[in-house]
Design a protein around this ligand. Structure first.
Ligand SMILES: Nc1ncnc2c1ncn2[C@@H]1O[C@H](COP(=O)(O)OP(=O)(O)O)[C@@H](O)[C@H]1O
Ligand code: SF4
Ligand SMILES: [Mg+2]
Length: 316
């Protein structure tokens, strides 16, 4: 299968100001085949947004490699990066702060085309109307301002803006987390329909397993900047192997009870340790219900347990 996006050993470290280092993303690797969706799940602080921003070249990359359809996007700068920009776009979490309140919706959707010099200027307005229709909004709404729309409609506008450059990849960071459950389903349906119609590739981030379940082909579970389990969506829910994945499934409010039971009895207790001073062994050891001594001294690496299922746990 041809991989559209390939991420290898990505690290994003931030200095704390007191001489320490925040390991926000700490050696993450994944591939996304063209036309498919990879989900990244994990609790708040696990490094999901930073991973997304690094892929978008909006966070500083400490080390590692990101390739998009053969373009080394982690290494290009200036003009070259600008030329590659139309090919990867992002939809942000907060529909209320990600659209400039002073711009009319038509201008918001047009802006990526203006900035990147796509299409002849007179054609851009026609394209805006097309994009509005594509996300299920009436074209005449282009002259309104963001505050005149609901949260769900604003995410549709964000999606139209992302589509404006005809990207290959769209990165979604918690695109429905701020929306009511009923509206979530509508926006998720739209996201899936657009993929079916256009063959787009998605990186889809959410803390909610119930949301990624219906959108993703493959799922990567992140904890403290690392991927601890990766498998097809079907497999993650049918036979989660990492104690952290099991605990997330057991605790997911939006999953049906039969899935939650498959998570086993494990309950997540306490908070993750600080990403500044990581403990020496398994990063999950302080919260793991089955930890043994070995776990506190040896770091488990991600290894393939079944075809397409990789787990970082000594006991899996
Ligand atoms: N710009 C930054 N400077 C310093 N620390 C950051 C920065 N961005 C994120 N972090 C830290 O990196 C870790 C991962 O954050 P984030 O990627 O936002 O996680 P998530 O999206 O999974 O909640 C957190 O500990 C967060 O405080
Ligand atoms: S390596 Fe040990 S502490 Fe880490 S998840 Fe596995 S059993 Fe738990
Ligand atoms: Mg986040």
């Amino acid at each position: 299968m041809s991989q559209l996006l390939s991420v290898r050993d990505l690290r994003v470290h931030f200095p704390t100001g007191r001489g320490g280092t925040i390991h926000a993303v700490d050696g993450v690797s994944f591939d996304i085949p063209r036309g498919q969706t990879l989900g990244i799940v994990g609790e708040s602080g696990s490094g999901k947004t930073t991973t997304a921003l690094a892929v978008m070249r909006l966070a500083p990359i400490t080390s590692g490699k990101i390739d998009l359809d053969g373009i080394p996007i982690s290494r290009i700068e200036g003009q070259e990066l600008r030329r590659a920009r139309p090919r990867f776009q992002m939809v942000f979490q907060d529909p209320f702060s990600s659209l400039n309140p002073r711009d009319r919706v038509g201008r918001i959707i047009r802006q990526p085309m203006d900035l990147l010099g796509l299409l002849q200027p007179p054609q851009r307005d026609a394209r805006v109307e097309e994009l509005l229709a594509q996300v299920g909004l009436r074209p005449e709404l282009k002259s309104l301002y963001p505050h005149q729309f609901s949260g769900g409609q604003r995410q549709r506008i964000g999606l139209a803006r992302a589509l404006a450059t005809k990207p290959d990849l769209i990165v979604f960071d918690e695109p429905v987390s701020a929306l009511d459950v009923a509206v979530q389903a509508q926006v998720l349906n739209l996201i899936r329909r657009l993929q079916r119609e256009t063959g787009l590739t998605y990186l889809f981030i959410s803390h909610d397993l119930g949301v990624v379940r219906h959108v993703c082909d493959e799922i990567a579970v992140m904890y403290l900047g690392r991927i601890v389990e990766k498998a097809s969506a079907a497999r993650i829910f049918a036979s989660p192997r990492h104690p952290y994945t099991q605990a997330l499934i057991a605790a997911a409010p939006s999953l049906a009870p039969e899935h939650r039971r498959r998570g086993g009895g494990a309950r997540l207790q306490g908070d993750p340790p600080s990403p500044v001073n990581l403990p020496p062994g398994c990063p999950f050891a302080s919260r793991c219900p089955i930890a043994v001594n070995d776990c506190r001294s040896r770091v488990p690496t991600l290894r393939e347990l079944a075809p397409g299922q990789a787990v970082a746990c000594h006991l899996a």
